[in-house]
Design a protein around this ligand. Structure first.
Ligand SMILES: NC(=O)c1ccc[n+]([C@@H]2O[C@H](COP(=O)([O-])OP(=O)(O)OC[C@H]3O[C@@H](n4cnc5c(N)ncnc54)[C@H](OP(=O)(O)O)[C@@H]3O)[C@@H](O)[C@H]2O)c1
Length: 203
């Protein structure tokens, strides 16, 4: 923390985007992965984001302005469960709760904290998904997603999903019974977990 605080001390950080994240080791039963893999995931998805935010906030508080954008995931906010990617969904739930609470905590200090929760974006992270998912009309390109995401910084509530396609999918999932979503995600992730080639791509 000391090194981080020192590094940002002289910099006027206006906008912090905590984007780094990992899904590795991908879809598998919790007991099948080395526990170190889950620790690594928590370190990148939650601990790093917390530390960097804590390091940048003092300067923003002093200047009474700033925006913090934390990239969460619809997997934890729009879906009732995320079986076989349990740890990923759980780490992203942390991101959402962390952001929503900071949004309230820092609003009076002129700092806008937000969690952006996308569904699928066709990045390296989802290279292991099957064709149907990658080519789905609800999967957006990184460029399109980034354009939409930038437009939401400093606007809207504590939790948002910048892509119109993702918001549409969010509405559709809200209309589906939770048991059906549970079944669908489990089935999809089981299929991914059984294909060695795809697991490699996720890694
Ligand atoms: N793609 C999706 O469908 C999707 C959906 C929901 C949420 N998200 C979230 O969106 C964010 C961006 O993911 P992406 O889709 O762009 O995935 P990506 O293509 O795999 O990119 C992940 C990014 O995280 C960085 N990163 C990973 N581990 C790191 C570490 N230990 N230290 C520093 N940087 C590290 C990577 O840096 P390097 O390039 O240097 O490895 C890369 O820039 C993540 O938080 C992800 O969870 C993605």
């Amino acid at each position: 923390m000391a090194a981080l605080r020192e590094a940002v001390e002289e910099v006027d950080v206006g906008v912090l985007v905590n984007n780094a994240g990992v899904v590795k080791p991908g879809a598998m039963f919790l007991h099948e992965a080395d526990v170190e893999a889950w620790v690594r995931m928590i370190r990148v998805n939650d601990l790093a984001l917390t530390k960097v935010t804590a390091a940048v906030l003092p300067g923003m508080v002093e200047r009474r302005r700033g925006a913090v954008v934390n990239i969460g995931s619809a997997s934890s906010e729009a879906m009732p469960s995320f079986p076989l990617c349990t740890m990923y969904g759980a780490t992203k739930r942390y991101v959402a709760k962390f952001s929503r609470s900071l949004h309230v905590e820092y609003a009076s200090k002129g700092i806008h904290v937000q969690c952006q929760a996308p569904f699928f974006v066709a990045t390296r992270m989802v290279a292991g998904l099957d064709e149907d998912m990658r080519l789905s009309p609800f999967t957006v390109s990184p460029d399109a997603y980034a354009r939409a995401a930038v437009g939401w910084i400093g606007h809207g509530g504590a939790l948002c999903s910048p892509s119109v396609r993702h918001r549409l999918l969010w509405c559709l999932t809200a209309a589906v019974p939770e048991s059906v979503l549970d079944w669908f995600v489990l089935r999809s992730h089981l299929a991914i977990s059984k294909l060695p080639k795809r697991i490699e791509a996720w890694e």
